[in-house]
Design a protein around this ligand. Structure first.
Ligand code: ASP
Length: 438
């Protein structure tokens, strides 16, 4: 049994947190490969090390002294080194970073030092081998991630190591320069390592005990989600984004390795397991409800639209030319609505309307202030009455539905409501499916 464990920024924020990390690792000998983030916030007004490293580089670029910022970073690492009672030559490491910065090190390089130093400290503290991910996690010269090569590299490098700690978040370009993933990317590294060593489980330790069925700021004490499929999680992406990097799912999903989201501050909580197939034992109809405000809908009506070949493609190509990603396309025989997040079209709304009207000779009706809510559950497929119940709940709460979208996967029902009805709608759905069912 092999488990790959990834600890996020708040789990490695200081020596006290690291003691919890060690206790978690020591408790289960299967936890052999450890991926760490850079130290995050210890309290809400604190700084993340990664942000400070970017700040150093920005100061340097603007010819403003950066030494104070570097000092704050150094002090945090040195305090951890001291409090853990390990010696990784932190002074020399920090001096090297200072030198590299003066010699023109890139912003990616600077940011990567956060996880690099943290992995060194963690390896020394646990007595595990330190393995750098530069040269193993690789990108091509345009900065595109090289999946297969990375997998081979990690496999070969980890082969002779029983136990190791690796820094998350970065890899390297063909010329050896450091390249990072997007923010939160240590989750991806963890997933890559899990795939490479053929792990039985990828544990992602953070500061929440997995996912809840709904946002706790809207629904009072929502039930935790014990198990969710990869596919459901994608549909619930409005909810998952802050817990797990979206791209972290793909490497493990290919090999059917479950991801377990756990809380370093509450290790006894089993958290949420994300997997390919979940045995349908719970009998729950829905798995979760997630949504977001501020969408706009471009409503297009045209007689005989459905028999006009290429019509929809021409509409969509206009959105494409403005680089606007499309979220939902509910349609009727002679109508189609294009629903997109407001922040993705904001600057072009009038241009897009004008272009659709001119090129396709139609009238566009714009609706703003729409909130989109996805009710997701593998348990709803081929079960009659689910949408009836959902619409009933909204009707009873006196909420007008502006849009409905359900794919043939029958795994989710998406409704659009007025922004002002957002919270009430989520509560109504939750109560109908969860509170009143139990
Ligand atoms: N330290 C990086 C960040 O703050 C990467 C990570 O933590 O996953 O984005």
């Amino acid at each position: 049994m092999i488990k790959v464990v990834k600890f996020g920024g708040s789990s490695v924020a200081d020596a006290i947190q690291l003691a919890k990390v060690k206790a978690i690792i020591d408790e289960d000998p299967a936890r052999r490969y450890v991926v760490v983030s850079a130290p995050g916030k210890r309290f809400s007004a604190d700084n993340k090390i990664t942000d400070l490293l970017y700040l150093c580089k920005a100061h340097m670029d603007h010819n403003i002294g950066y030494s104070q910022v570097l000092q704050v970073i150094g002090d945090r690492y040195k305090a951890i080194e001291l409090n853990l009672g390990v010696n990784v030559n932190m002074d020399a490491e920090l001096q090297k970073i200072d030198e590299d910065l003066r010699n023109g090190a890139s912003s990616d390089y600077m940011a990567s030092r956060g996880e690099y130093l943290m992995a060194k400290l963690t390896a020394a503290y646990l007595g595990y081998d330190f393995i750098d991910t530069a040269g193993l996690v690789v990108f091509d010269k345009k900065g595109r991630f090289l999946d297969e090569e990375t997998n081979e590299n990690l496999k070969n490098a980890l082969d002779g190591h029983e136990r190791a700690v690796l820094p998350g978040f970065y890899g390297s370009l063909p010329d050896g320069k450091i390249k990072t993933f997007s923010r939160g990317g240590s989750d991806i590294t963890g997933s890559l390592v899990a795939r490479a060593v053929g792990a039985d489980m990828y544990e992602n330790w953070t500061d929440v005990s997995g996912f809840l069925m709904a946002d706790p700021r809207i629904v009072e004490s929502p039930k935790p989600i014990e198990k969710v499929t990869y596919m459901e999680l994608r549909e619930l992406s409005y909810m998952g984004a802050s817990v797990l990097h979206e791209d972290a799912v793909f490497p493990v999903r290919e090999n059917n390795i479950p991801i377990n989201i756990r809380n370093t501050n509450e290790p006894e909580n089993p958290g949420t397991v994300i997997m390919a197939d979940v045995p349908d034992e719970s009998g729950d109809i829905i798995t979760g409800i997630a949504g977001r405000k501020d969408f706009v809908s471009f409503g297009i009506f045209k007689n005989m639209m459905s028999s006009e070949v290429g019509f929809i493609r021409r509409v969509l190509s206009i959105f494409e030319s403005y680089d606007v990603p499309i979220e939902h396309i509910p349609s009727g025989v002679d109508t189609i609505s294009i629903v997109v997040p407001l922040d993705k079209v904001e600057d072009h709304i009038q241009d897009i309307i004008e272009e659709i009207e001119r090129k396709l000779r139609v009238h566009v009706v714009l609706q703003e202030g729409i909130a989109v809510i996805a009710t997701v559950g593998r348990g709803m497929s081929s079960r009659p009455g689910v949408s009836g119940k959902l619409f009933n709940a909204l009707a009873e709460a006196n909420i007008n539905i502006k849009m409905i979208d359900q794919g043939s996967s029958e795994m989710n029902i998406i409704v659009g409501v007025d922004n002002d009805d957002f919270a009430d709608a989520i509560r109504a759905i939750y109560n109908a499916f969860v509170t009143n069912e139990n």
